[in-house]
Write a protein that binds this ligand. Structure first.
Ligand code: CP3
Length: 368
């Protein structure tokens, strides 16, 4: 019943390991670059593939996920790929109904309202049965990538998923979910633990299926203060990395680099850099040099150009990238945007971003 574990030797040999080396803080010939939401609606071929199809239907088709993952790599020399999927497949695995409403975003018709609603969640989730389609997509994509670049798997973090499950969709204040933190702290921790258990198995399954790195998206850190972050987000982020790494070891599998991206969580940078992740992802509100100082060489850093800088001219993008790469330095650095590419952005600008990272980092490395 459980999917066969893929052996590394079954996959095509990796030709470009720059991203993995940077994640481990090793020497590189250029700074690796990829973009969050690199497979997305800014690409006409993506819009064509997705046209008229339900979003989660697409997520459940390994062939469609593979094709969408590969699309950006046919255009641009990205140094990593990220499997096409969504963070909200985990609440679905717990038994919740989630729809993607075009133009509106995710909608939960029956969100969690009170602690009693936790009884509606599956007490024990068979991750292979509920999320095996993601594992299949990863294995297929590893083969179809032909070793071009590494494949990143991902998950939403417990607090971010909890907030969606209670808000029932996007929110500016997250006040319904935060109400639970202040009014129902014990039920909140119960839900966060339940999510953590599923996430650990989910990430482990992704590695067994062929994921070569893992990113954990804590997208809703910005609405928490430092104290709430320390109580309701950080312990679970740590637990996830610790348990995934222990379980990989116990299964005789190689460690994979893990990236934590706590968007707008600048106040937690010191703690995040001591949480068992090899890489800390940054949004654009953090200055590269101060991020280096605050993380003290303990981790590699990823990020963090403002996605809106892609609205600038090609020349201006190049200047902004140069300053960013100089700020982070070329060692232990993975270039990315500070959040995803927006649908109205010009693919040419994404290409200019990638090219600028490669050019400026090669120049800096040759000078040393
Ligand atoms: O290229 C990649 O980065 C990989 C694919 C990916 C998607 N979602 C595809 C997607 C990843 C990594 C995600 C993660 C995700 N999903 C996050 C965390 C990252 C972040 O943005 O902070 C979150 C919060 C979600 C939830 C989600 N999914 C929202 C809010 C939306 C609606 C966005 C909108 O503009 O309508 C989605 C839908 C979604 N997930 C799209 C894509 C490409 C766009 C919808 C479509 O393709 O029809």
């Amino acid at each position: 019943k459980s999917p066969r574990m893929e052996k590394t030797s079954d996959f095509p040999e990796l030709k470009n390991d720059t991203f993995l080396r940077a994640a481990r803080g090793e020497e590189v010939e250029h700074v690796p670059v990829w973009c969050m939401r690199q497979a997305g609606r800014y690409l006409p071929e993506f819009r064509e593939s997705r046209a008229g199809k339900d979003f989660f239907e697409t997520c459940r088709s390994p062939e469609a996920c593979c094709e969408l993952t590969l699309q950006p790599l046919r255009r641009f020399p990205f140094d990593a790929s990220i499997i096409f999927s969504d963070i909200l497949v985990v609440p679905q695995a717990l038994g919740m109904d989630v729809q993607m409403s075009p133009g509106k975003g995710p909608v939960f018709p029956e969100p969690l309202k009170e602690p009693d609603d936790l009884q509606r969640l599956r007490p024990k989730v068979d991750v292979d049965a509920e999320l095996g389609y993601v594992f299949k997509a990863i294995t297929l994509t590893r083969h179809k990538l032909e070793g071009k670049v590494p494949l990143i798997g991902f998950t939403g973090a417990p607090w971010t998923l909890m907030s969606y499950m209670i808000e029932g969709g996007g929110s500016t204040t997250h006040s319904k979910a935060k109400r639970w933190l202040y009014r129902h702290p014990e039920a909140s921790h119960k839900l966060l633990r339940q999510l953590t258990d599923v996430i650990v198995e989910y990430l482990l399954g992704q590695v067994k299926a062929g994921a070569q790195a893992l990113q954990v998206f804590e997208s809703h850190t910005g609405c928490l203060g430092p104290a709430e972050f320390k109580e309701f987000s950080l312990p679970y982020l740590r637990d996830i990395a610790r348990r995934v790494k222990d379980k990989l070891k116990d299964s005789g599998l190689d460690n994979v680099p893990m990236i934590v991206f706590a968007k707008d969580g600048h106040y937690g940078l010191e703690e995040l850099s001591q949480s068992h992740y090899e890489v800390v992802g940054l949004d654009w509100t953090v200055d590269p040099r101060s991020a280096r100082e605050r993380t003290g060489g303990r981790v590699s850093l990823q990020g963090n150009m403002d996605p809106c800088a892609l609205y600038a001219t090609k020349e201006r993008i190049s200047e902004i990238v140069k300053t960013m790469v100089e700020g982070f330095g070329t060692r232990g650095y993975i270039a990315n945007l500070g959040h995803g590419v927006y649908p109205d952005m010009d693919p040419e600008s994404v290409g200019a971003f990638v090219e600028a990272v490669h050019t400026h980092s090669r120049q800096l490395l040759n000078r040393n």
